[in-house]
Design a protein around this ligand. Structure first.
Ligand code: FES
Length: 100
């Protein structure tokens, strides 16, 4: 599951965080990604003054406007989903029985 977190602190709110969340929701449902991406809000990410701040998993991102944020979300999700698919499952430990 990929987590997208949008800052809803006062500075980001003024810059359009609420609209960004609405557009992210729209994007996720349009692309059928609701079951793969969790969208959350958070308090201040301590990057005020840089734009609208949001995260994809642990990567903090800044968008100067809502449209730019939606485009960036599309790019970042494509990458994250690609990486998730190419991850190989962990090798299983094979135990051999000792011959008696
Ligand atoms: S209010 Fe969003 S980073 Fe501070």
């Amino acid at each position: 599951m990929i987590t997208v977190t949008v800052c809803v602190g006062s500075s980001c709110h003024i810059k359009g965080a609420r609209e960004l969340i609405a557009r992210f929701n729209e994007f996720l449902s349009k692309k059928g990604l609701e079951d793969k991406v969790e969208l959350k809000g958070s308090f201040c990410m301590e990057h005020c003054g840089e734009g609208i701040n949001w995260k994809i998993n642990d990567e903090i991102l800044t968008s100067s406007d809502v449209e730019g944020g939606v485009k960036m979300l599309g790019k970042k999700l494509r990458l994250a989903l690609k990486q998730g698919k190419t991850k190989r499952p962990a090798k299983r430990a094979v135990r051999r029985r000792k011959k008696a």
